[in-house]
Write a protein that binds this ligand. Structure first.
Ligand code: URP
Ligand code: ZN
Ligand code: ZN
Ligand code: ZN
Length: 476
């Protein structure tokens, strides 16, 4: 079925122009003005932006953590994502040493199958780069199209890997054309500080932040970047929260290293004082790394603007306040880490970024969609509005004023960390491969219609000359 999205303002990472988009068989086949095509359904976008669908490079759906499971699975999570303007997620396939990596990939396929309503790919977590793992990885990269590997430098005795594993993973990634992702915090020192706080009777949520100072994120970020430089490999630092980490990334990039960074809406708009909320409500704001003092927000916005950070992920990892976050009553270290942001990532970045003059429209598209597509091997199938690309499209009304709230969100969780926040703009309709998933703010999708994405290797992005563009747009 053909569709023409008519009279919108089309925005890509490069251009902003008025026009129509003709879609046939799920693909964008023509872009222009006054397009006509026999039998095509007309979709009016007057007064709206026509954006490429958001790509969320960082989600945890249906994930076990701290003895519980995330509240959102691949169905509720991707429906909420679609309402928010996201058409692709890349979720973390969590692993441990109990079985081969390939078995974990099967587990993740089972979680998503029949449930996802938008397209999805997987990153693969590496806990121990032993000989078996190193032998198994090339086959998974080739056959599954999983071209990004995640190493946790924190969560001691749970997810944390040692520097040897990080270095061996970087070497393999260079050889195979994969991108190594790190959760960069010094897990050993955090473990010491957490135990000390608990021994001293400091059990409230605020101690989560006090035991994970920003210097430990900066230290781990710098260490990972140095190892990436030694390995001549490529590194992507997830959920960057602070000035120290931004500076380490900027320093590595100024040397020409292929080091990239992601931040998240929570770090851009919330701060550490949220963890002091009474009646244990601070637990709703427990992320790792933690929310920081307000001054770090400006450093993160500046880094997005000047290209030292390139993407914004949600780090969607939802746990109910009642029955899950409260596992940490009396011991902050038992609060499941993470929060729900998959739905509001897109609008928060538009509203706080574009509307407040911190991002241009094109930069917004770049950080919310395009650069994730490039770094994770999906461009130009995903991440832009171009002839031949998948028709993943968000029709976005910038004039709507609304208030974010758990009362109206679609995530399967009993609170919203942005409760009461006033935002401008709302996705009106969202299409995935030319089919409506959201139409006039109503869900019209189908569980299981999301397709698994085999992704290309990192080599494509690798050819972009980082050195020549120490600051500025695109991947430079
Ligand atoms: O607090 C967070 N970020 N939870 C999700 C797991 C992770 O570290 O990304
Ligand atoms: Zn498979
Ligand atoms: Zn993390
Ligand atoms: Zn995460």
């Amino acid at each position: 079925m053909k569709k023409i999205i008519k009279n919108g303002t089309i925005v890509t990472a490069a251009d902003t122009f008025f026009g129509d988009v003709l879609i046939d068989d799920g693909i964008i086949v023509m872009i222009g003005v006054d397009l006509e095509s026999e039998g095509a359904e007309l979709v009016d976008a007057t007064g709206c932006y026509v954006f490429p669908g958001g790509i969320d490079p960082h989600t945890h759906l249906d994930m076990p953590f701290g003895g519980t499971m995330t509240a959102d699975d691949f169905e509720t999570g991707t429906i909420a994502a679609a309402f928010g303007g996201t058409t692709t997620v890349i979720d973390f396939c969590i692993t441990n040493k109990s079985k081969p990596l390939g078995e974990w990939v099967k587990v993740w396929h089972e979680k998503a199958k029949g449930k996802a309503v938008i397209d999805y790919g997987f990153h693969l977590m590496i806990t121990d780069a032993n000989d078996g793992v190193l032998a198994e990885l090339p086959g998974i990269i080739e056959n599954e199209g999983i071209t990004s590997l995640k190493v946790f430098m924190a969560y001691k005795n749970v997810f944390q890997a040692d520097d040897g594993t990080l270095f061996k993973t970087l070497l393999l990634a260079k050889e195979q054309g994969a991108l190594v992702m790190v959760h960069a915090e010094n897990g050993d020192v955090i473990d010491y500080l957490v135990n000390k706080a608990l021994e001293e009777g400091n059990t409230d949520p605020i101690y989560h932040a006090l035991t994970r100072p920003s210097v430990l994120e900066g230290e781990a970020t710098g260490r990972a970047a140095d190892l990436a430089g030694m390995a001549d490999s490529q590194l992507y630092v997830v959920h960057v929260t602070c000035e120290e980490a931004v500076n380490k990334i900027a320093e590595a990039r100024s040397k020409g290293l292929k080091v990239f960074g992601e931040t998240c809406p929570q770090y851009l708009v919330l701060d550490v004082t949220e963890l002091e909320k009474p009646n244990f409500e601070g637990a709703k704001y427990v992320w790792s790394p933690p929310l920081r003092e307000k001054r770090h927000q400006q450093a993160l916005w500046d880094a997005l603007w000047n290209g030292q950070l390139q993407t914004v992920g949600s780090d969607q990892c939802s746990f109910n306040f009642k029955g899950q976050k409260d596992l940490g009553l009396g011991d902050f270290s038992k609060i499941p880490n993470g929060g729900p942001t998959i739905e509001d990532r897109f609008t928060i970045l538009y509203s706080e970024g574009v509307e407040k003059g911190r991002l241009t429209l094109n930069k917004f598209v770049d950080v919310i969609s395009t650069t994730s597509a490039k770094l994770f091997g999906l461009f130009p199938q995903k991440g832009t509005i171009a002839i031949g690309s998948d028709a993943d499209i968000v029709i976005f009304d910038p004039s709507v004023e609304r208030t974010l709230s758990a009362e109206t969100h679609h995530m399967n969780v009993d609170y919203n960390p942005y409760e009461g926040m006033k935002v401008k703009g709302e996705p009106v309709s969202v299409l995935v491969r030319g089919e409506f998933v959201i139409r006039d703010k109503q869900y019209v999708g189908e569980a299981g219609s999301g397709q698994y994405l085999q992704r290309k290797r990192f080599a494509a992005a690798d050819r972009i000359p980082v050195k020549k563009h120490p600051v500025g747009g695109g991947l430079g």
